[in-house]
Design a binder for this molecule. Structure first.
Ligand SMILES: Cc1ncc(C[n+]2csc(CCOP(=O)(O)OP(=O)(O)O)c2C)c(N)n1
Ligand SMILES: [Mg+2]
Length: 726
């Protein structure tokens, strides 16, 4: 919210930068806004569920953005150089559905009538991949904003990499709507603080400052001075905008765009490039005579009487779900969108003629297709690991994989949440991503961040270095949601690292990435009690199992260098969702394999030790595979043959055909699983016993802990003996 404390922020004097507004006349703007109100209240009424307040309160803001500024092509929702629009306050989904329907996307009125019904294209909250024009899945408050930061970062980096003088083929804005809830959530701090230091000037956020959330008036639990807060992040802030005055919003947007492109000279004479927050004062549920301004407007259908009263108050005479032709005509963006798209296509074709190599690479990146020599890169990487046969921590093996992948895949862009030296997310020679330092400009005496002029690639934008390793800071949740935004934008395969135990901090971002099937790689190191002395706060116990339980998430917990590089290759090639790599802090012995076994690693589970006439099967993952092998060897010495199955990825193994799975895990042999974590998960493989850890860890040197918790060859062998005695 905006407080009226002594340190009240003063809005900058508005400048006329519109060059003429694209908004139609006042009456038309009002009818356009009211058409959103009508659709929102009718759809929520019909569903008897949903959130009318936000769409009704942000209607004029939406008219200003979608009519006056947003570049999009309803017939081609994925046209590359469209502006990205993110509805971070996703409970107001009807606002987005109304906009998509009215401007001409393939979202017919029948779908609006089926709001929130099974298999409609209008689910309760916007879902990426389901509705044309929905750029990201939102609803978990604050995350959309962090996704928008990722999108704006992708735009900025791609512009720097691919634009050439006279050919700004990457040239779009990221607009994001947020509510009080998004700004109360901690993730908004993480993401917006980062957006500030990265000077993401083409990120423009419109804040629905209505002073209301579900529990009532927010003043009693949300007293931040939001403009000052964002100023302190280094953002531009335009405060005190009347969110029901479409022209005021239009003017603010024009100002924000001008600052984005030309920079803004501050009081010290420094030209700065910063994201912009437009703080719009609004009334929730505006138009509803009795509900407006109350928290009841937030998430309840208005009810027949209030709907009728609203129609009357707005002088909206059309029947439910009926929009007058002239209103449709005012909204229709198909022609202008097609024109903008075709202008861009002409530009891109000319670019392709002049810069064929860059254009080809750009198209490959945007299609998310791996380079032609991908298979040979993987083969070399695997051969190298097999040849070296090193005892190495899998986090170090992961860096060796990155040493291959980083240089070979320009789309690979990653970093760490302030644990680079532990997560080993930086490959050899990679540069950190940084803002180009401020330099004195010779001509004007102004200090500029980007020494380059607009004629140079990426110039005049608060340029970033070409570094491909991002120091995300101690911001696990923000980092992971930014990664999703990078993936959604296109052009990048993003990855990020932290300790596995802190995947919890990021967890809902992992879940949303999985729900929206984005190719993101999480490098989670220090994957068990094997990290030792840092103790139970840092020792993951339940994490492997709970990550595996997220639908569409693929989890790998490799046992040695070879399994690690295969896991990386699999993660990069996995277009169906995110991948979590769980990696050890401690060194793990190399496991010799036949070439056939090496080839089977990417089946997620395979027979590693295969003696004749086995009497039991040991299943293990990661650091426990070598423990299982040692147990099997001890039993062999007693004349008991035991098969060892390494299961680096249970998710991938589960997807194999039944014949293969039966061949690996024969029905007639008893099974014992070993993993340094909770045991519950393993019972699904019909194990006869599970050696694991169903309590929190302890602080001690790792070897002492493995002994204390019974993750030893002796205990595993004894467990097999016990099972065989039954
Ligand atoms: C992370 C998260 N926590 C809680 C919710 C449940 N929720 C949905 S909307 C909302 C209140 C949001 O208030 P505000 O953003 O001000 O929305 P408005 O009522 O103004 O539309 C809450 C708590 C959620 N969607 N996401
Ligand atoms: Mg609110």
């Amino acid at each position: 919210m905006t407080t009226s404390s002594a340190a009240q922020y003063t809005a900058p004097a508005p400048q006329d930068v519109t060059g003429g507004s694209r908004l139609p006349d006042e009456a038309t703007v009002q009818r356009m806004a009211d058409s959103i109100r009508a659709l929102a209240m009718d759809a929520v009424e019909q569903a008897r569920s949903g959130h009318p307040g936000m769409p009704m309160g942000m209607a004029e803001i939406a008219v200003a953005l979608w009519t006056g500024h947003l570049r999009h092509s309803p017939a081609h929702p994925t046209w590359f150089d469209r502006d990205r629009f993110v509805l971070s306050n996703g409970h107001g989904s009807m606002l987005l559905y109304a906009l998509l329907h009215l401007t001409g996307y393939d979202l017919p009125i029948e779908e609006i009538k089926r709001f929130r019904q099974l298999h409609s294209k209008t689910p309760g909250h916007p879902e990426y991949g389901l509705t044309p024009g929905v750029e990201t899945t939102t609803g978990p408050l604050g995350q959309g904003l962090a996704n928008a930061v990722g999108m704006a970062l992708a735009e900025k980096l791609l512009a720097q990499e691919f634009n050439r003088p006279g050919f700004d083929v990457v040239d779009h804005f990221t607009y994001c709507f947020v509510g009080d809830g998004c700004l109360m959530e901690g993730i908004s701090h993480e993401a917006c603080s980062l957006a500030g230091v990265l000077s993401l000037s083409r990120l423009i956020v419109l804040y629905d400052d209505n002073g209301i959330s579900i529990d009532g008036e927010v003043k009693d639990w949300f007293g931040d001075n939001t403009p000052l807060r964002f100023e302190s992040y280094g953002w531009n802030v335009i405060a005190g905008v009347d969110g029901h005055d479409a022209w005021a919003v239009d003017q603010a947007l024009a100002q924000a765009k001008a600052w984005a492109v030309e920079g803004r000279v501050d009081a010290t004479g420094t030209r700065r490039f910063a994201p912009t927050l437009i703080d719009c004062k609004t009334v929730i549920g505006k138009g509803a005579p009795h509900r407006a301004g109350t928290s009841k407007a937030h998430g309840e259908a208005l009810g027949a009487d209030e709907v009728a009263a609203t129609r009357k108050a707005l002088n909206w005479t059309s029947a439910p779900f009926e929009i007058p032709c002239d209103v449709y005509a005012s909204w229709d963006a198909t022609a202008t969108g097609a024109q903008q798209q075709s202008m861009w296509e002409d530009l891109f074709n000319a670019y392709a003629e002049r810069y064929p190599v860059e254009a080809g690479e750009f198209e490959r990146r945007m299609r998310g297709v791996l380079p032609g020599d991908w298979e040979s890169i993987v083969a070399r990487m695997v051969d190298d690991a097999v040849g070296k046969a090193e005892k190495v921590a899998t986090r170090a093996a992961s860096r060796q994989a990155l040493n291959y992948l980083g240089p070979a895949l320009p789309e690979l862009l990653g970093g760490s949440a302030d644990l680079t030296g532990s997560n080993l997310t930086d490959w050899k020679g990679v540069e950190p991503l940084r803002l180009v330092p401020v330099a004195k400009s010779a001509s004007s005496g102004e200090k500029t961040q980007a020494a380059a002029g607009s004629a140079e690639p990426g110039g005049n934008r608060g340029a970033l270095t070409a570094g491909r390793h991002i120091n995300f800071g101690v911001r696990e949740f923000g980092m992971c949601a930014v990664l999703t935004g990078l993936a959604l934008h296109g052009g990048y395969i993003p990855y990020g690292g932290t300790f596995l135990v802190f995947s919890d901090y990021a967890r809902n971002a992992l879940r949303v990435a999985a729900l929206s099937r984005q190719r993101v790689v999480y490098v989670f190191t220090h994957d068990s009690i094997g990290l030792g002395e840092d103790g139970p706060t840092h020792q993951p116990i339940e994490h492997a199992s709970t990550l595996r339980a997220i639908p569409n998430m693929t989890v790998w917990r490799p046992a040695d260098s070879v399994e690690t590089v295969v896991a990386w290759a699999s993660a990069i090639a996995n277009e169906d969702g995110p991948t979590s790599l769980l990696l050890s802090r401690q060194g793990l012995p190399f496991l010799p394999r036949t070439p056939e076994q090496v080839a089977q690693v990417n089946r997620g589970g395979y027979v590693l030790r295969d003696p004749a006439a086995p009497r039991a099967v040991l299943l293990a993952t990661g650091s426990e595979v070598s423990v299982a092998v040692a147990a099997a060897e001890a039993l062999q010495a007693e004349g008991v043959a035991v098969r060892v199955v390494s299961v680096p990825s249970t998710n991938v193994f589960d997807r194999q055909d039944v014949t293969y799975k039966r061949a690996v895990l024969p029905d007639n042999l008893p099974r014992v699983a070993v993993e340094a974590g909770v045991t519950d998960f393993w019972w699904k493989y019909r194990c006869d016993a599970v050696v694991g850890i169903d309590r929190f860890g302890e602080s001690a040197p790792a070897p002492d802990l493995f002994k204390f918790f019974g993750i030893t060859a002796e205990n595993v062998a004894e467990t097999v003996r016990m099972v065989l005695r039954r």
